[in-house]
Design a protein around this ligand. Sequence first.
Ligand code: COA
Length: 169
Amino acid sequence: MDNQITIRKAIHKKDAKDIAALAREIWTEHYTPIIGAEQVEYMLEKFQSEEAIFNQINSQGYIYYMAFCEGKLSGYLSIKPDEVAKEVFLSKLYVEKSFRKKGIAKEFISMLKELYKKPQFNSIWLTVNKNNKGSIAAYHKLGFKIVDEMVTDIGNGFVMDDYKMSMEL
Ligand SMILES: CC(C)(COP(=O)(O)OP(=O)(O)OC[C@H]1O[C@@H](n2cnc3c(N)ncnc32)[C@H](O)[C@@H]1OP(=O)(O)O)[C@@H](O)C(=O)NCCC(=O)NCCS
């Protein structure tokens, strides 16, 4: 399966548009039962619209990667490396439903381990909703451990109730 997955960096406006469309599909399906339709819509507009993604890439230090499987955009990853803290923040990791459990997340994490190593970087960390059970299980399998709990106010009366997970590099 692995050799059918190709990964490349998102650069163009069209990449941001394609990721935004995939984000809408995945988030609507996956998060509506967890956080409700209203918060999903708010978060998509604020963090995963074409404009928001393009802006994160060009002026907020985020790097987006796109995974293609069978010629189709099937997942995406967003990270923000922090050279001072020697940490990589894994901001987004989403795989389209029909492409899950085929090793795409594992490919993304292997790529990060190749790109970010000691002594320049010590760890990768992420936040995941406490009720996102399947993804927490997947992150454990990928080598992450729960290290903390975080409640983040994202405005409009919405909060994210998350675990912080981390992996040593
Ligand atoms: C979490 C997610 C990114 C994993 O991606 P994926 O490409 O399916 O993961 P992989 O196929 O690389 O699997 C990696 C490992 O996790 C395991 N795994 C994957 N999904 C799992 C699940 N739902 N429950 C338990 N284990 C799971 C795999 O079996 C594999 O373990 P192995 O190495 O022992 O074989 C994907 O399920 C997803 O996009 N979920 C919905 C969105 C989401 O919640 N994203 C995370 C936001 S914080």
